[in-house]
Design a protein around this ligand. Sequence first.
Ligand SMILES: [Zn+2]
Length: 83
Amino acid sequence: MNCPKCGGLLIPICYGRPSKEGSEKIARGELYLGGCGMEYPNAPTHSCQNFPECSIQVLDYNSDLWKSRDAMRRSLAAKRAGR
Ligand SMILES: [Zn+2]
């Protein structure tokens, strides 16, 4: 998948604290650290490799990244509701 604006690679965005493997990917430019916005339903899943020079970040509802985040959000919401 490539950026529609500059043609650069779109890389997955990692939220929260990255794993050791995640940190290595971030150092290699294969993963973008997005902060702690995971619980926001509209948080993007992929970022242009040239971000922030290129402003493109996308939300891909068909990606495994989105599906796992959505599942995590649902389980968190269920936990809160059960309190
Ligand atoms: Zn771009």
